[in-house]
Unconditional design. Sequence first.
Length: 201
Amino acid sequence: MVNGHVYPNVDQTDWGTTFAERPLLFHNLRNGKFEVIPPVRGTGLASLLTARGAAFGDLFNDGKIDVVINQLNHVPVLLRNVDSDANHWVGLRLAGSMSGGKKSPRDAIGAVVYLTAGGLRQRADVISGGSYASSNDLRVHFGLGTAIKIDSVEIHWPSGAVETLGLPAVDRFYSVEEGRGIVAGAREPQQTNLQAPDPHR
């Protein structure tokens, strides 16, 4: 979560806060509660930013989610995920049908994907926005932990169609087209749709 106070003159008061604020990272404890991850000196979480929006996505196509933070009257900030974990992942780029009857949008906005692996069922939605004036990577991302096999993938397309498919391997991106299944799968970098908002807005 990114923050920035709305009153620039707050720095001249004794309200116990500042105009620029630290971004916050929360860890899901899986019991209905979250804990704040403390900042480490020299990292992005320790920086004071006049943040107004954040866009999330895998900018470097390495299976790790990065963040671009838009600041008021300042340059955007990139928080690159450099965690050294060896957990597995999979990403899907969805595309609506090019032909047929009732079709989904080509960018698959509104699609919902359910993925089951390692005894856990996850959900990811293709959405066109997120944080203020920010657009996330349109590819859906699933962290798999130590799981190396995907049990099932179920895609609910905006057209109302529901498809199930199998993914042959993890740690890569797949392109899936409505009605055609997997049309491409590769480890090579692909262009993302992650966009940093205009810092002057």
